[in-house]
Design a protein around this ligand. Structure first.
Ligand SMILES: NCc1[nH]cc(CCC(=O)O)c1CC(=O)O
Length: 307
């Protein structure tokens, strides 16, 4: 195809194994559709800082900003993001051109010590860097010793295997994509561990003005996933919680309806607000807005501020 004057579509990706897998997956789908695709490896701020709690970096979008800059600079034509890492604030000149079919949305327990979270030994050391996972773990099991953990999926599994932790929590999607699904001890039910908004979903971003790339990406769009992540991310955006808040959201299409579960917790998990909202699939943003309004009515704003 000659949509870019005969040159391949340039797909920007981070260098981590998971990012590479996701980029290759989308490149393969585009090639099947007849497009030539070339991968461009970019280093992001999030990858450069593997030590210290990620919260200390202090800004959102550490994994995505460099890719967005490269798009705006026309160094690349499309970027593949884990959608849960993509800030909800729109960027002028860029658009999420396609949201493909979602992978497993669950969080997973990985542990040699017990088959379930409920069966972990008293005061077991559980590794996670996420305020959302920490608070929900403590809500279920206040005795757990929840400790920070950093690094990509492989690094975290190596730290678990070295005995630094009794268990870790990871997104099932990342493990499955890296063919590490056999490391999953327990898929955590949504009422125990509501996932991050858009967990397991990819976002393919390009320039709003780039009609040929928009057209190339259109067949990758999965409308039910788009509706789900729209509801989840709208709820997050209306809470102004950002990616570091102890907030979870998961929307499930049921027939022509969308069922959205949202949760906001205090840092220690002792206080929480849960809201379930339902509405038409074609009014996903409204479902997210309604959930956020009810969360705020029930005191979620206080929980987010006291962090
Ligand atoms: N923040 C890191 C990150 N971003 C996306 C995934 C996994 C894939 C996904 O959730 O889509 C992960 C790792 C994890 O949370 O275990």
């Amino acid at each position: 195809m000659t949509e870019h004057a005969g040159r391949p579509l340039r797909l920007g990706t981070r260098a981590s194994q998971l990012a590479r897998w996701q980029a290759e997956h989308i490149a393969a789908r585009l090639r099947t559709l007849g497009h030539e695709v070339e991968l461009v490896l970019l280093r992001t701020q999030g990858d450069a800082r593997q030590s210290g709690p990620i919260a200390a970096i202090g800004t959102q979008g550490v994994f995505t900003k460099e890719l967005q800059r490269a798009l705006l600079d026309c160094q690349i034509d499309l970027a593949v993001h884990s959608m849960k890492d993509l800030p909800t604030e729109p960027v002028d000149g860029l658009t999420v051109a396609a949201v493909p079919d979602r992978e497993d949305h669950h969080d997973a327990l990985v542990s040699p010590a017990a088959a379930t979270v409920a069966e972990l030994p008293h005061a077991a050391r559980v590794g996670t860097g996420s305020a959302r996972r920490r608070a929900q773990l403590l809500a279920a099991r206040p005795d757990l010793d929840v400790r920070d953990i950093r690094g990509n999926v492989d690094t975290r599994l190596a730290k678990l295997d070295a005995g630094d932790y009794d268990a870790i929590i990871l997104a099932a999607a990342g493990l499955r994509r890296l063919e590490l699904g056999d490391r999953i001890t327990q898929l955590l039910p949504t009422d125990l561990m509501t996932p991050a908004p858009a967990q397991g979903a990819l976002a393919i971003e390009c320039r709003t003005s780039d009609a040929p790339t928009l057209a190339a990406l259109a067949p990758l769009e999965h409308p039910a996933t788009r509706a789900s992540v729209t509801a989840e991310r709208t709820a997050l955006r209306k809470l102004e919680g950002g990616c570091l808040a102890a907030m979870g959201a998961y929307a499930q299409p049921v027939g022509s309806e969308l069922q959205l579960r949202t949760i906001v917790l205090s840092e220690d998990g002792a206080s929480r607000v849960v809201v379930e909202e339902q509405g038409p699939l074609d009014a996903a943003a409204e479902v997210g807005r309604a959930a956020a309004a009810r969360l705020l009515d029930q005191g979620a704003g206080e929980l987010l501020r006291t962090r």
